[in-house]
Design a protein around this ligand. Structure first.
Ligand code: HEM
Length: 320
């Protein structure tokens, strides 16, 4: 088999499928040579940027959001590799986490494209044309959360005690931490931002939550033999991912957003209408994917002194 010619291997493959190999071979006679633009679909990709205003910097805003969505897709792709891998090893797990973290690091370090890359005057003009849309409505961002951690870690801290593994997913969904940003604080009524988001995605989210209930990154980590859970590089890769998504990216986003939302005489409201400053800071939000991989002190200081980063473990944490 090793020395067999590709044509012989192909013949075996088609024989096994009960198909005549000469048919696709004849088709090859007329096949067009593959080009970069057909393969990457550059024409389709470059036709997806539709401005809603005359402001040139709106193009920066649209393109950068699209870059984010593409990277979110790359992240979800790698998470799925871990979720579905049979005989998962620490090497495979840590390598995929490395890829995912690199993508998120890239999103974090590039956020200045938003913070410094648009004229404030232009932003203040085009943003009004976008209400009530918000990055808050990025479905892939929510999928990354569901696929990364146990659902309980995404539940608003005020309701965690009322929710356990037997709670219906619909009920848990209604108590996710981000529901707070979609409600009027006084009346408790849901905002248009979140109503539209739910109409479009809620059913998909429930299915996805079920799928990842037992295959999220933390569940997969816990499914490893205990000795593997003590693997130092895996634990450090998990911590890096958690910190990058939930502190570094969140702070980069908040810093960029503050620049626009705090500018001008009248402080701007978020397009989505949330109490954005409190909602977006990691020290209040406290979204943590892998709380058992952080010490008591690190958890207490979550989101505080965040720019100093965090220490890499030199010996593994013991996980109960
Ligand atoms: C100048 C640029 C940006 C500003 C001013 C901004 C502002 C905001 C604000 C105020 C919120 C809170 C919800 C609301 O009321 O709308 C929010 C949430 C959010 N934004 Fe942005 N944003 C910017 C860029 C981005 C980019 C490039 C992305 C990438 C997709 C993004 C993704 C998100 C996500 C995922 C949330 C929800 C976060 C959470 O629930 O913790 N934003 N943004």
């Amino acid at each position: 088999m090793a020395n067999e010619l590709p044509i012989d291997q192909l013949k075996e493959k088609f024989d096994a499928l009960g198909q005549d190999i000469n048919v696709p071979l004849q088709g090859l006679l007329y096949a067009k040579p593959l080009t970069y633009w057909d393969y990457i679909q550059t024409d389709a990709l470059l036709n997806l940027q539709t401005q809603r205003t005359t402001q040139p910097d709106e193009m920066v805003f649209i393109l950068y959001h699209q870059v984010n969505e593409l990277l979110f897709k790359m992240i979800l792709w790698e998470i799925d590799q871990v979720a579905t891998k049979e005989n998962l090893s620490t090497e495979f797990f840590a390598a995929r986490l490395g890829r995912i973290s690199r993508y998120f690091d890239m999103l974090t370090s590039s956020f200045e494209i938003m913070g410094d890359g648009m004229e404030i005057e232009q932003y203040m003009k085009f943003r009004n044309a976008l209400a009530p849309a918000s990055g808050f409505q990025s479905a892939q961002y929510r999928l990354i959360e569901f696929a990364s951690t146990e659902l309980i870690n995404l539940i608003d801290a005020r309701f965690r005690e009322t929710i356990d593994r037997n709670t219906p997913f619909e009920h848990a969904y209604d108590h996710l931490y981000w529901q707070a940003a979609g409600k009027d604080h006084k009346t408790g009524k849901k905002s248009t931002l979140i109503k539209l988001f739910e109409e479009r995605y809620m059913d998909d989210f429930i299915v996805f939550m079920q799928k990842y209930n037992t295959t999220n990154m933390w569940s997969r980590f816990k499914s490893l033999p205990e000795a593997d859970q003590q693997d130092l590089s895996l634990q450090n890769a998990m911590r890096h991912y958690d910190h990058t998504v939930n502190v570094s990216w969140v702070m980069a986003h908040l810093n960029a957003a503050s620049k626009y939302l705090e500018s001008g005489k009248k402080k701007a409201e978020a397009t989505g209408g949330s109490d954005w400053k409190k909602y977006m800071h990691p020290k209040y939000q406290r979204r943590i994917f892998f709380p058992k991989l952080w010490s008591h002190e690190e958890l207490q200081n979550w989101g505080i002194n965040n720019l100093e980063g965090y220490a890499t473990l030199t010996s593994p944490m013991s996980i109960k």
